[in-house]
Design a protein around this ligand. Structure first.
Ligand SMILES: Nc1ncnc2c1ncn2[C@@H]1O[C@H](COP(=O)(O)OP(=O)(O)O)[C@@H](O)[C@H]1O
Ligand SMILES: [Mg+2]
Length: 140
């Protein structure tokens, strides 16, 4: 199957959409051979980032697909969360954790970063946020 056929896109605007995105992430991770612990790390990261889309941007989308490292020696999963919401002013600060504008714990972004192997965030106030996370399959 080509990588295209493996790509899933879920529009995110509600809790039901978050659950759907988690399910798609779990499904691909399982199919690719991630162990249960890694499947859970991936779905937890998807939960946190898509929950942020609903809470802070109202709506957005997430794509989930297979990834390969630039050198081609690693296979994994890449999740891209995109919204056109208010954006994040101080990315460095929110990544340290414990900062929340919704009276929550403020551990979603920092947690997602720790759970995944790669974490990239692009955000501009007034324009939106794009967060790309990756997890590589461990070689046996
Ligand atoms: N997609 C987003 N758009 C705008 N702001 C965001 C987004 N995601 C996170 N933020 C900002 O970053 C802060 C930290 O997010 P997070 O670590 O998930 O903690 P929490 O959601 O518990 O506040 C949020 O309180 C919010 O201000
Ligand atoms: Mg959050």
């Amino acid at each position: 199957m080509s990588e295209d056929e493996e790509m899933t896109k879920v529009n995110i605007a509600s809790s039901a959409d978050i659950i759907a995105a988690r399910g798609k992430g779990r499904e691909l991770a399982m199919k690719m051979g991630f162990n249960v612990v890694d499947q859970t790390k991936i779905t937890t990261a998807i939960s946190e980032l898509t929950r942020n889309i609903v809470t802070y941007a109202g709506k957005g989308e997430v794509t989930i697909e297979k990834a390969q490292s630039e050198t081609g020696d690693k296979n994994g999963i890449v999740v891209v969360c995109v919204d056109e919401g208010p954006g994040i002013k101080d990315i460095g600060l929110v990544l340290k954790g414990g900062v929340s504008t919704s009276g929550s714990l403020g551990l979603g972004l920092s947690g997602a970063k720790q759970l995944m192997d790669e974490f990239e965030i692009k955000s501009k106030p007034g324009e939106g946020t794009i967060i790309t996370i990756k997890k590589w399959l461990r070689r046996r």
